[in-house]
Design a protein around this ligand. Sequence first.
Ligand SMILES: Cc1ncc(COP(=O)(O)O)c(C=O)c1O
Length: 396
Amino acid sequence: MTKDYAYYRKAIEGRSFPLAMVDLDLMDKNIALIQQQAGEIPIRIASKSVRCRYLLDYIKSKLRHYAGVMTYHGREAVWLSSHSDDHYLMGYPVVDKTLLAEIGLAGKEGKKITLMVDESSHVQLLQMIAEEIDTVFSVCVDIDLSVDFGPLHFGVWRSPLVDEEKLNALLEVLENLDRIKVEGLMGYEAQIAGVGDQVKSQSVKSAVVRILKKRSLPKLRRWRADAVNTIRQAGHTLAFVNGGGTGSVQSTREEKDITEIAVGSGFYCPHLFDNYQDFQFHPAAFFACQIVRQPKEGVYTCHGGGYIASGGVEALKAPKVHLLPGAKLDVNEGAGEVQTPVFYKGKEQLNIGDPVFFRHAKAGELCEHFNELHLIRNGKIVEIVPTYRGEKKSFL
Ligand SMILES: Cc1ncc(COP(=O)(O)O)c(C=O)c1O
């Protein structure tokens, strides 16, 4: 069966709009592809890019090698851990004292949550709270893997741990903190994993990005390997070394120290992940809005549609019309707050009441707009499952 416009229109016939959907057949293919890219290295699911408990469990059940979940909020980690024995790695530092105490108490009850740290104030705060509630925190040290080329910062702004000196200073502080157990090291090479290097409308920029990616790889690999050694020499036993993201699985797995790779976006494959030279996933998650007006021939105005992705503001972050080749958003109106005009002159016969399918730019945001995901298999809705939002959980 061709997964074209008619296929999905039929699948959702009679449903109310807008609706979010995940094609399980295509998600299965994405899971298999990610597993193949990672080889024997376990995958840690980046929950920020899934935001649905049912699908977190589903993906886990399909992965041959699974390391746990990388959460994006401490409260989320506590909530998820109350339902499962998985290991939860908080991908970002938590400095909310009340929440840290909750996480500490969950730890005392046997829940496995590891917190991310990258500076002395993080670990000192954890030590203080651990003393108060009489526990020990498991932590992961986050090193910075961005690479500077002269004035150009190629990467993201996360950890201040950019070199041995900074890492050693943190390790010295840790020597005196008896309630902190260093169990992991993480380095997220965002400039490889999260930056498209084959953007159709930006061929020159993409060529430059490919060169920079290639040049930054040896540097970040050396730093991650050195950091692993330094932490081990300081007497810590690293239970895991985490790296990567959807766009870097194949390069991250080549590093000998890596024990797990974090992946989230690749399961849904939002449209920013169409722009990579080395792989192509299947668009498995999208949403449908209904055509409610036709102001002019070739213009179909849908109700809703403003599901813009976060991050740097640029046209690439807008949702893209899916399955109607040649269809475009209006440059001025874009994906509007309450309505979205779509310009289309293709062969599909569109009428008022029909759906227009859109793919979001990034994976996480879709589930922040919808309470439910309609799961499609073999051209039919087989189940409707709640998103985090549908379970009244919003972590932002
Ligand atoms: C720490 C960390 N690891 C991995 C990822 C990769 O996530 P994804 O595969 O959804 O791009 C991210 C994304 O921001 C991240 O922050």
